[in-house]
Design a protein around this ligand. Structure first.
Ligand code: CAA
Length: 248
């Protein structure tokens, strides 16, 4: 069988890079799709993934643009084959309390974190359903389940992502396509390290396992959901948060 092709948006970021590595180790051809403007990060990403010998490739995209996502899907198909797996990991924060939030801080975040999911999924879903196989994983957040001070925009987008996940899961369930969310808690990423140190310390104190998560602990959950034999898990949200939020 030819290698399954996986697109990971936010693919050169903190979680994205680790997700790319896990999928490549599982035998996927991985496309790390991210902003071309992240030049410093791109250089580090290339060094970190060199040993994967071409099974992880970078392709530029701005997920907030529908046209760019359409173009990405076509480019990938032309060069590597049909897109079988999409991991929507592109996300930004614009943390500030609602009383001070500008319209741009709301809109910029929504365009990337929520519109980006629509833009990518809309451009691959027909192919997946026609071929009878697809795996979509949306990287949501524990803060979409609990809400977080200073994150009305982020929490809304992340909760919205899971609503999208459940609705699309129903639409494509009979076509061999699964759609799931993974909701990471606080992990060792640049995004979390940007949280002021005193606030981060308070948050860590509330995590039952007593530490931040490793990006690889998120990536292994994503890899699990994208396996060929994971076809009975759909519309689910898998929390990976060290016990920070528990529900049933
Ligand atoms: N809880 C309760 N009260 C808080 C607070 C908090 N977390 N943060 C600030 N306050 C209080 C302040 O003490 C202040 O009180 P007073 O008015 O009495 O002085 C009031 O709320 C307003 O505070 P600020 O003016 O400082 O608020 P701000 O709008 O400037 O923003 C903030 C504060 C920077 C957003 C800060 O709350 C913060 O960093 N919060 C944490 C955000 C966070 O966890 N982000 C996660 C990023 S990583 C991520 O998102 C990944 C993932 O998926 C897990």
């Amino acid at each position: 069988m030819t290698k399954r092709v996986a697109v990971v948006t936010g693919g050169i970021g903190g979680l994205g890079t680790e997700i790319c590595k896990h999928l490549a180790r599982d035998g996927r051809q991985v496309i790390a799709a991210d902003l071309a403007s992240r030049e410093d990060r791109l250089e580090a990403f290339r060094a970190e993934t060199r040993e994967y010998d071409g099974s992880i490739r970078f392709e530029p995209v701005d997920v907030s643009s529908f046209e760019q996502c359409a173009d990405l899907a076509k480019r990938v198909e032309g060069r590597f084959g049909s897109v079988d797996i999409v991991v929507n990991a592109a996300g930004i924060t614009r943390d500030v309390s609602l009383r001070k939030m500008t319209e741009a801080q709301w809109n910029d975040l929504m365009h990337v974190n929520l519109d980006g999911v629509f833009n990518m999924c809309r451009n691959v879903v027909d192919g997946m359903t026609a071929r009878g196989f697809g795996r979509i994983v949306n990287i949501s957040s524990v803060n979409g389940q609990t809400g977080q001070f200073g994150q009305t925009n982020y929490s809304a987008a992340k909760a919205g992502m899971h609503g999208f996940t459940m609705a699309l899961a129903r639409e494509v369930a009979k076509k061999g396509v699964t759609v799931n969310s993974v909701s990471p808690g606080y992990c060792k990423t640049e995004m979390v390290m940007k949280v002021p140190e005193d606030i981060r310390a308070q948050i860590i104190a509330q995590i039952p396992v007593g530490r931040l998560g490793e990006p690889s602990e998120i990536a292994r959950t994503v890899a699990f959901l994208t396996a060929d034999d994971a076809g009975f898990i759909t519309g689910a949200n898998i929390p990976v948060n060290g016990g920070y939020f528990m529900s049933f």
